[in-house]
Design a protein around this ligand. Structure first.
Ligand code: LMR
Length: 342
C-alpha cells in the first residue's frame, strides 16, 4: 500500500512505549492516515513485544496496516518516516551522570548511524530517552545525511507540566494558558518560564500577559513554580515508584502532532529541544537546547526577539553550562569517530 506512514519506536515494550503505541495506532496523532509500526527492542524484551503486537491486532485499529517487531535497528528504521527513540540505558543506583551519558552515547551512536544508513531522507526523529538533549545531539551528529532540523528532543512534557501548574494557580483551563517556555535541558537545570511570553487566552480571544495576571505571585513564579516543574519527573518517580510514562507518552504524541500534523497557530509557541545552529538567544551553537518554537508544514522555527529578564538570562546560562558539560562527556566517548560534528 502506498502513502503508509512508517513509524519506528525504540524501547517499544517499556512503560512509555506501552502508553505511546495506542496513541499512534488509534489515529490520535496522524488522524486517518494509514500507519505501519516498527517496534524495536533488545532481545530480552522481544517476547513482551510479541504480546503487544497481539494486543494491537485485537484492537482492530482501522488505520494500522502492519506491526513489525525486531531487535535490528536497520530493519526497524528502513525507509521510516518518523522515529521515536524511547529506548536508552536507564540510570541505576550509584551511577554518575557521566556514566549514564557514556552508556547512552554508545546506544545513540548506533541509532544515529542506522538512521543515516536506511531511514527516509525526510525522516523526523524525536528523542525521549534521557539524557534526551544529548542523546539527540549524538544521534543527529551520527546521521550526517539527515538535516539537523529533522531532529528534536522532548521538552514538551515539561512544557505541559508548566502550563498545568500555571492553570492550577489561576484556576483556569490549561487550554487558556499559552506560550510558557521551557528553556534548556530536560533536567533539573531547565528554566520553566511563564513570564517572558506567557499569556492567558480569554473566551473572546484577548491575550492577557501572565506577568499581569500573576503580578501578586511573582515570587512564586520565580521560585516555587520553577522548582516544582524542574523536579516534577523526580517527584513522580518518588510517588509512583517508576518514572513518568503516561504523561511522557502523551507529551510525545502531542509533540509529534504539533510538529508534524497541526502546526501552531496565531503566534502560539511550544517548547521543543532543537539543534542550536544559529546561536539563538546567545546560547552556544552546537548543543540541543529547548526553545519556544512555532511549527508549520512539518518544520519548527525558534521564535526570535523575546526580551529576557536578567533572571532568565542567569537561568539560561546555568542550563547551557550543564549541556556543554554533557557535550564534553559525550565527545570523550565519541572522540574516535570521525563523523561527530560537535
Ligand atoms: C521525567 O521528566 O519524568 C523523566 O525524564 C524523569 C526520569 O528521569 O525518568
Amino acid at each position: 500500500m502506498n502513502n503508509v506512514t512508517k513509524i519506528a519506536i525504540s524501547g517499544a515494550a517499556g512503560n512509555i512505549g506501552y502508553a505511546l503505541i495506542p496513541l499512534l495506532a488509534s489515529g490520535y496523532v496522524f488522524g486517518d492516515r494509514p500507519i505501519e509500526l516498527r517496534l524495536l527492542e533488545i532481545p530480552h524484551a522481544l517476547k513482551a513485544l510479541a504480546g503487544i503486537r497481539m494486543e494491537l491486532i485485537d484492537c482492530a485499529f482501522p488505520c494500522l496496516t502492519d506491526v513489525l517487531c525486531t531487535t535490528d535497528p536497520l530493519e526497524a528504521f528502513e525507509n521510516a518516516d518518523v522515529i521515536v527513540l524511547v529506548g536508552g540505558y536507564p540510570r541505576k543506583q550509584g551511577m554518575e551522570r557521566k556514566d549514564l551519558i557514556q552508556a547512552n552515547t554508545n546506544i545513540f551512536t548506533t541509532m544515529g548511524r542506522a538512521i543515516d544508513d536506511v531511514a527516509s531522507p525526510d525522516v523526523k526523529v524525536l528523542v525521549v530517552a534521557n539524557p534526551a538533549n544529548t542523546n539527540c545531539l549524538v544521534a543527529l551528529s551520527e546521521a550526517s545525511s539527515i538535516p539537523t532540523k529533522n531532529f528534536c528532543a522532548l521538552s514538551y512534557l515539561d512544557h505541559q507540566r508548566a502550563k498545568a501548574q500555571i492553570a492550577i494557580k489561576l484556576g483556569v483551563s490549561t487550554n487558556c494558558v499559552k506560550n510558557v517556555t521551557i528553556w534548556g535541558n530536560h533536567s533539573e537545570t531547565q528554566f520553566p518560564d511563564a513570564l517572558t511570553d506567557g499569556y492567558f487566552l480569554s473566551d473572546n480571544g484577548e491575550k492577557i500577559p501572565l506577568s499581569s495576571l500573576l503580578a501578586n505571585d511573582l515570587d512564586w513564579v520565580s521560585t516555587d513554580f520553577v522548582t516544582l516543574v524542574q523536579n516534577r519527573g523526580k517527584h513522580v518517580i518518588e510517588v509512583r515508584g517508576n518514572s513518568s510514562a503516561l504523561s511522557a507518552a502523551q507529551a510525545t504524541a502531542d509533540c509529534l502532532k504539533t510538529w508534524l500534523v497541526t502546526g501552531t497557530q496565531d503566534g502560539e509557541t511550544v517548547s521543543m529541544a532543537v539543534y542550536n545552529d544559529k546561536g539563538y538567544y546567545g546560547i552556544k551553537k552546537g548543543i540541543v537546547f529547548s526553545f519556544p518554537c512555532e511549527c508549520k508544514d512539518g518544520n519548527w522555527y525558534v521564535k526570535n526577539g523575546l526580551s529576557l529578564s536578567d533572571l532568565a538570562l542567569e537561568k539560561l546560562e546555568i542550563t547551557e553550562t550543564e549541556l556543554l558539560e554533557e557535550l564534553e562527556a559525550a565527545h570523550n566517548v565519541l572522540s574516535k569517530t570521525s563523523r561527530f560534528r560537535a
